[in-house]
Design a protein around this ligand. Structure first.
Ligand code: FNR
Ligand code: LAC
Length: 368
């Protein structure tokens, strides 16, 4: 598809993130699609992530004056133009030749923070060099050889990355049945550091097999004290772990089930959020991800108390369909929808969203 400009995309009726998902399915090869779209096992968490937002209804207020709207939020003590963060996703070269560089450009162009994955297709330095204006965080997979991990962090500090996102929910790879059937093989510059030489064309699971299953809270504390970057723990779903994150020096957590790719039937972030916020309050920044597909989902996340929202697969669909321009368009659609949601909810400032704006969806009443 040669629709790298937004007008062409509109002409093709790429108006929603769902449109991009369907279009991506027609341009991606089956192996890449299986890796990107798939979840763990029966994919119950994968599907529930999307449904969970729909279990919430918005309680809109009217006549409050919404002519001036402000999507600004504060994340890790800094003002951000809006609450969108691009989730870390490995091997973006499977989507498009521009790979993470395309995503970095789209993120920078829209003012979104980009979480650069440990297993990026292209080198972290190349990503930073190509989109110097963007704000980036390093997603960290920790290896048994902590020397490699420390080198990755030191490089990120050097490159001006602003936080470390330590992924805690992949001690082993989930039961990736769809991915196993479609058999993607992948490349990553980081993979060269950890690769088992016996696998000539490694699969994502081969490379993820190098992650240290014995990572502990003491490691989080070590990263937080040793490096000058705030640490965010990604993959927390319980109040108990949220408290431990705060106690071990984390500045933030991502409430997430890894896009339904790790432990199938793990609860969705939406359903975990209340308990987590009750336990940690303002002690750290609570971010959320999984199944965010509409501006109203972003609004609901903030109303529930999250400070910002990570968006995963939709960015890959945009990248697959139109490179950097496609990924940018996906983020712009979501931002436009979020802006309209603020106006129509009668809460023109994102920072003022609170629990009073959401309620359990009445259309679910009576269902068991
Ligand atoms: C991911 N995710 C992920 N998370 C992480 O911490 N490190 C990683 O390398 C990856 N890799 C990855 C690859 C692909 C193809 C996907 C789809 C996801 C999980 C990701 O950061 C995020 O938690 C979910 O994708 C959010 O859910 P949605 O928005 O995709 O529904
Ligand atoms: C995944 C890993 C790499 O979800 O995080 O595929």
């Amino acid at each position: 598809m040669s629709d790298d400009d937004p007008a062409a995309a509109t002409a093709l009726s790429l108006l929603t993130l769902g449109d991009y998902e369907r279009a991506a399915a027609t341009v991606l090869d089956p192996a890449a699609l299986g890796y990107f779209a798939g979840g763990a096992a029966d994919e119950l968490s994968l599907h529930d992530n999307v449904l969970a937002w729909r279990r919430l209804a918005i309680r809109p207020r009217v006549l409050v004056g919404v002519g001036r709207r402000d999507p600004e939020v504060t994340v890790l003590g800094r003002a951000r133009p809006h609450p969108l963060i691009v989730a870390p996703m490995a091997y973006q070269g499977l989507a498009h030749a521009e790979a993470e560089i395309g995503t970095a450009r789209a993120s920078a162009a829209t003012g979104s923070i980009m979480c650069v994955p440990t297993f990026a297709t292209v080198a972290h330095a190349a990503i930073a060099a190509d989109a110097p204006a963007g704000t980036r965080w390093l997603q960290l997979y920790v290896f048994p050889d902590r020397g490699i991990t420390r080198e990755l962090i030191a490089e990120a500090v050097e490159l001006g990355f602003e936080a470390l996102v330590v992924t805690a929910d992949l001690p082993v790879v989930g039961v990736r049945d769809r991915e196993t059937r479609t058999e993607a093989t992948v490349q990553s510059s980081t993979a060269e550091l950890v690769r088992d030489e016996s696998a000539a064309a490694p699969t994502p699971a081969d490379l993820a097999g190098n992650v240290d299953p014995d990572l502990r809270w003491s490691d989080i504390e070590a990263f937080a004290t040793e490096f000058p970057l705030p640490v965010i723990v990604k993959g927390v779903l319980t109040p108990e772990d949220a408290l431990l994150a705060a106690e071990h020096g984390a500045r933030g957590i991502v409430v997430s089930n890894h896009g339904g790719r790790q432990l199938d039937t793990a609860l969705s972030a939406v359903d975990a959020l209340d308990g987590v916020l009750d336990s940690v309050g303002d002690r750290l920044d609570v971010l959320v991800d999984g199944g965010v597909r509409r501006g109203t989902d972003v609004l609901k996340a903030l109303a529930l108390g999250a400070r910002a929202v990570l968006v995963g697969r939709p960015v890959l669909w945009g990248l697959a369909v139109g490179g950097a321009a496609g990924a940018q368009r996906v983020l712009e659609i979501l931002l436009d929808e979020f802006d309209r949601a603020l106006a129509l909810t009668g809460c023109p400032r994102a920072a003022d969203l609170n629990r009073s704006f959401v309620t359990a969806a009445p259309w679910l009443a009576g269902r068991s």
